[in-house]
Ligand binder design. Structure first.
Ligand SMILES: Nc1nc2c(ncn2[C@@H]2O[C@H](COP(=O)(O)OP(=O)(O)OP(=O)(O)O)[C@@H](O)[C@H]2O)c(=O)[nH]1
Ligand SMILES: [Mg+2]
Length: 367
């Protein structure tokens, strides 16, 4: 086996199947789903975002049962705690901080499948698949691991890295989309600004923009250096979490500038949200923004937030005395006759998560 073949095998990358006949045959059929990877710095809201996406996907799978446009989700927990994180949201808790893992495994995550009737009716359905390996590292570990991924220039170096980078490398290598999670609180210069716990970790900057750049850039240069056997990056999703923190500022900016700035528009207009969050990134994360703008990759923004119990009365409720764990607002079975859709349903930006699932579909592979 040549070095290139060994590398390809190690990185689990398959070339496009060679198909000499124009029609192809059923035997050629190959499930080759596209991969999206979630990254973000410490306490960005990665675990919460993954759990919420899983939750919305589960609702959608249950709700499309028996309809023409089926959606399915399979959640494989692997060594992680996703199912528990999802249940925590339903009981009003944010998930726990992700522990530093000694031996991370990537054979876990979401598999999404969409099935739509075609022009020929529903006996010839079109199926699309996307996979999202849940590479949910603690942010501090991710920063360190990704640096090593970049510096591993040869196959031998790559195989020699301990601590799970081989899995990380192969996942990043297979990825066609990056989902970057950024907490609105990390916007330096705003009154809501809260730095990352950067002092505790060697090599971290006190500027969140720098840390995000330092996570993304090695991924891009790694993919560029291995582009013979790594699919190109097609799409970047940027999710701004705790987006409700921007509401007072948004009102102020609009009033002062007379230009629309509305990250979570009530009418659900994705263009307004996209344009607003793009401005937000340009202003508060200028280095990351310029890096992403320099790539020839489609970028789509998504706002995300959870409603907190008591927030509307300026009296946020907490589970603990130290007030570190806010209570997430939830529906209950007496809210509406449609009780099965309300019972224990956390109140969050479900609409925007559905758009994210829709965006994953655009990017998914037809199988
Ligand atoms: N107010 C508010 N807080 C949020 C939201 N999303 C996350 N948080 C808070 O941010 C904390 C960190 O969120 P996680 O999802 O654990 O973040 P993470 O990126 O997985 O963090 P690490 O795994 O520790 O790197 C949570 O415990 C919540 O307190 C949100 O939408 N609104
Ligand atoms: Mg986490």
């Amino acid at each position: 086996m040549s070095l290139l073949d060994r590398t390809k095998k190690f990185l689990q990358y398959e070339n496009e199947p060679k198909n000499n006949s124009a029609q192809g045959s059923l035997l050629d059929a190959q499930v080759k789903s596209k991969t999206a990877v979630v990254v973000g710095t410490m306490r960005a809201g990665k675990t919460t975002h993954i759990a919420a996406l899983g939750k919305v996907a589960q609702y959608k799978a249950s709700d499309t049962q028996g309809t023409e446009n089926r959606f399915r989700v399979i959640i494989d927990e692997g060594a992680t705690n996703i199912l528990d994180d999802i249940a925590e949201l339903s009981s009003g808790h944010f998930p726990e901080a992700t522990p530093i893992r000694e031996k991370p495994t990537v054979n876990q995550g979401f598999k999404f499948e969409w099935e739509d009737p075609t022009f020929f009716g529903n006996r010839f359905n079109a199926k699309y698949q996307a996979v999202m390996p849940v590479l949910d590292y603690a942010g501090e570990q991710l920063v360190g691991l990704i640096r090593q991924v970049q510096s591993a220039k040869t196959l031998d170096q790559m195989m020699a890295i301990n601590g799970g980078t081989d899995q990380l490398t192969s996942t990043i290598n297979n990825a066609s989309a990056l989902i970057i999670i950024i907490n609105a609180e990390r916007a330096e210069g705003l009154p809501i600004f809260k730095p990352e716990p950067w002092e505790k970790i060697k090599g971290m900057s006190k500027h969140p923009d720098v840390n995000i750049h330092r996570i993304i850039f090695p991924i891009l240069s790694y993919k560029h250096a291995t582009r013979q056997y790594s699919p190109p990056l097609e799409k970047i999703f940027i999710v701004i979490t705790a987006c409700d923190l921007l509401f007072p500022i948004a009102k102020l900016i609009q009033a002062r500038t007379n230009r629309p700035f509305d990250p979570v528009p009530a009418d659900g207009n994705a263009q307004t949200s996209n344009a607003s969050l793009n401005m937000f990134m340009k202003a508060f994360f200028p280095q990351t923004h310029s890096l992403i703008a320099s790539l020839n990759v489609a970028v789509q923004y998504f706002p995300s937030y959870f409603e907190l119990e008591g927030a509307d009365k300026n009296n946020i409720q907490y589970w603990d005395e130290a007030k570190t764990q806010p209570v997430i607002k939830r529906g209950n079975m007496f809210d509406s006759p449609d009780w099965e859709h309300n019972h224990n349903r956390p109140k969050f930006t479900e609409y925007w998560y559905n758009l994210e699932i829709e965006a994953l579909k655009q990017f998914a592979t037809r199988v």
